[in-house]
Design a protein around this ligand. Structure first.
Ligand code: COA
Length: 259
């Protein structure tokens, strides 16, 4: 179920799902969220597939939501048919194990997606960032719930309110990823882990993954749309308009006149 910007390939029993829009740093459009949702659902249903590997291009994992798409978005009420929300729910509930391989920038949803995979490996040059506030919106994908519980409030506040970038070594410290590897080895290492998962007894794997995520499952389904109510309304606001327009115009945003 490949599309131009989302490639899928079955490698042994591993479904490799690759973000493939390198010219825009794998920024995610609505169409890409839909293709990702379809790919994940198909992989979860296909008995030939035993694990999933999510990755990007060799120099970039994902630069977050497409900013031009953000500027055009007119939906202000989150509903189950909004492509990004369908994607978020689908990944959060995939029953097969998901491994992420990250090279280069992982920004916005490129970082928060890691709260929903099972294993994650990043290259030495990987850079993570959640600059939601910086662009006049709030964090998403249940990250306001999961991150403080994983790393504590003050650290989560630093990463989310200042929106500063952090390294792959930091991401290991925060327990967001399993390990840092030389950039050229990330994909093969992650694929080896995904293959190893694919050799495990599938029913035991499925049940164990379900139990591992049980503590968060029901709350996540409430929190994703609750965050989205704020997120989507803020996207229509003046702060976001200034930040997003500034990005497209390649200038620094100016929030000095906002109160
Ligand atoms: N949405 C739309 N286009 C994006 C994008 C995004 N999220 N991220 C990058 N691009 C585009 C750039 O506009 C540029 O397009 P152009 O060649 O037509 O001018 C192209 O991708 C390359 O990006 P550039 O910024 O020149 O590359 P870089 O290597 O200097 O920096 C990033 C890469 C990812 C660090 C930087 O592009 C960035 O910070 N992107 C925005 C991230 C963001 O704020 N995402 C939203 C999070 S909520």
């Amino acid at each position: 179920m490949s599309s131009e910007h989302i490639l899928t390939e079955l490698v042994d029993s591993v479904m490799v799902v690759r973000l493939n829009r390198g010219e825009k740093k794998n920024a995610l459009t609505q169409a890409m969220y839909t293709a990702l949702t379809d790919a994940l659902k198909q992989a979860d249903e296909d008995p030939q597939v035993r694990s999933i590997l999510l990755t990007g291009t060799p120099d970039c994992f994902c630069s977050g939501n497409d900013i031009a798409d953000f500027l055009q978005m007119k939906t202000i009420t989150p509903s189950d048919d909004v492509p990004v929300l369908r994607f978020m729910k689908t990944l959060a509930h995939v029953t097969k194990p998901v491994v992420a391989a990250i090279n280069g920038p992982a920004i916005g949803v490129g970082t928060t997606v890691l709260l929903h995979v099972d294993l994650a490996y990043a290259g030495e040059k990987a850079r993570f960032q959640m600059p939601f506030v910086n662009i006049g919106i709030c964090p998403e994908y249940a990250s306001t719930y999961l991150l403080p519980r994983m790393i504590g409030h003050v650290k989560a506040a630093e990463l989310m309110l200042l929106g500063e970038a952090f390294t792959a070594a930091d991401a290991v410290d925060y327990r967001l990823i399993n390990a840092v590897l030389p950039d050229a080895e990330v994909y093969e290492h992650a694929l080896a882990k995904a293959r190893r998962l694919a050799e495990q007894p599938p029913a035991a794997l499925r049940t164990s993954k379900e139990l591992l995520k049980r503590w968060r499952r029901d709350l996540i389904d409430e929190i994703i749309p609750a965050e989205a109510v704020h997120f989507m309304s803020m996207l229509q606001g003046e702060e976001a308009k200034e930040a997003l327009t500034a990005f497209m115009q390649k200038r620094k945003p100016d929030f000095s006149n906002f109160s």
